[in-house]
Design a protein around this ligand. Structure first.
Ligand SMILES: Cc1cc2nc3c(=O)[nH]c(=O)nc-3n(C[C@H](O)[C@H](O)[C@H](O)COP(=O)(O)O)c2cc1C
Length: 381
């Protein structure tokens, strides 16, 4: 079992930063006795400080690997960390998988193997004889967390309250620095009232928060009737971070197969506009950290999210397309962009958010009207 120590990481990051600024020949012994000349040189070439506080954790930079396929092995997690990210969010452990395993164990213990398949027919995941998904996940945290130099965040993904959320505690005990709670809940029953949907988010958060001491971020859907109010309610209920947004993988219709197929595919840069708008609207209005996810491909995409007010910017798509080392390029690019603009990160963050004294509804509406007016001029015949 390992405990993540943010102060140790901070000290290590500072030491690394100083060494980088002083050149590769610098050693720890040199620093305390370093001459004024060395200090002056360091000040001149000092890179912009990208250290970022996310949910109370210190990260070396704001680029984070979001939950995805690259964190399924120790080597994958090590590559992500070595690639330069500030933190790694692991792929999700799903409520359905946990319930599936629990039901399997109960069925095997109580009724014998014949009734096992019937007992599991409720669960949407493919029935499996592998009862080790949860164990594998926890072992992965135990093995990976101590061998990387950035926080490892575990991801729990579900849509109801219940015993399954106990696994948040197990993730913490295995060494996760924080929990990302993904409530992917599409109210398919069309009679479900908005209040019921919202209450469900709050209940799940409440249950997970009561089980752990580490920070909990909620990964959310944008499809709530008043998203801002919901974000505020989750903030007040103790969410340490809000991750905007889950991609709703809309199913498609395949005309050859005459079948409905699940949605699939990596996000596009265009899709960043929705989360960016909401981050911009929430910046300075909630205590929770704000994490952006969706639509990151280039340095400019990361910078735009930071200017909108994101504390961290997550990506899976860019790392899948270009490899884990691409994170380092994004980080260097953000560094260069800030240097060129003579901005430090704290001044850049939220610089283009909805101004704190603005009427945010009017702000959005005037953006909408001026956008339409511009489009009318461009497309007029
Ligand atoms: C192959 C793949 C697997 C993913 N697995 C998970 C997952 O297990 N849990 C989760 O919360 N998000 C998962 N995501 C969503 C990402 O974390 C991210 O939110 C989404 O891809 C949008 O960001 P991006 O397109 O900029 O990477 C997955 C995405 C991809 C492409």
């Amino acid at each position: 079992m390992s405990k993540f120590d943010p102060e140790a990481l901070r000290a290590a990051a500072e030491s690394h930063r100083q060494k980088t600024a002083m050149g590769s020949s610098a050693t720890d012994q040199l620093a305390p006795n370093g001459s004024q000349v060395v200090e002056a040189e360091r000040n001149q070439s000092r890179p912009v400080d990208l250290r970022t506080r996310y949910m109370g954790l210190w990260l070396r930079n704001p680029v984070v690997a979001s939950a995805g396929p690259l964190s399924q092995t120790v080597d994958g997690i090590k590559s992500l960390a070595a690639g330069g990210v500030g933190a790694v969010v692991m792929y999700s452990l799903f409520e359905e998988q946990i319930r599936h395993e629990a039901a399997r164990e109960t069925a095997l213990a109580e009724q014998g193997t014949e009734s096992f398949a019937e007992a599991l027919s409720y669960f949407p995941t493919a029935p499996s004889n592998d009862s080790g998904l949860t164990r594998t996940y926890l072992e992965l945290i135990e093995k990976a967390a101590p061998v990387i130099d950035v926080p490892l965040i575990a991801s729990l993904n579900g849509s109801t309250t219940g015993e399954w959320t106990q696994n948040a505690r197990r993730m913490q005990d295995a060494g996760a620095a924080a929990i990302e709670l993904n409530v992917y809940y599409v109210p398919g029953d069309i009679t479900t009232a908005a209040r019921e949907v919202e209450q469900r988010y709050l209940d799940i958060l409440d249950e997970v928060k009561s089980r752990v001491g580490v920070p909990v971020a909620m990964k959310l859907s944008p499809y709530l009737s008043s998203f801002g109010k919901m974000a505020q309610a989750l903030d007040a209920a103790g969410a340490d971070g809000l991750v905007l947004f889950n991609r709703y993988l809309q199913p498609d219709i395949d005309l050859d197969q005459m079948a409905v197929l699940p949605g699939f595919g990596l996000s596009t840069q265009e899709e960043a506009k929705l989360p960016r708008s909401w981050i911009s609207a929430l910046y300075g209005r909630v205590n929770a950290s704000l994490a952006a996810t969706t639509g990151v491909e280039t340095v400019e995409d990361v910078v735009k999210y930071l200017l909108a007010g994101a504390d961290v910017v997550m990506t899976t798509a860019a790392l899948v397309r270009h490899g884990s080392d691409y994170a380092g390029q994004l980080v260097d690019g953000v560094q260069s962009w800030l240097t060129r603009r003579q901005l430090d990160l704290s001044r850049a963050r939220g610089l283009l958010a909805v101004p704190s004294n603005a009427d945010a509804t009017q702000y959005a509406r005037s953006g909408y009207i001026s956008g339409l007016e511009r489009a009318k001029k461009i497309y007029a015949r």
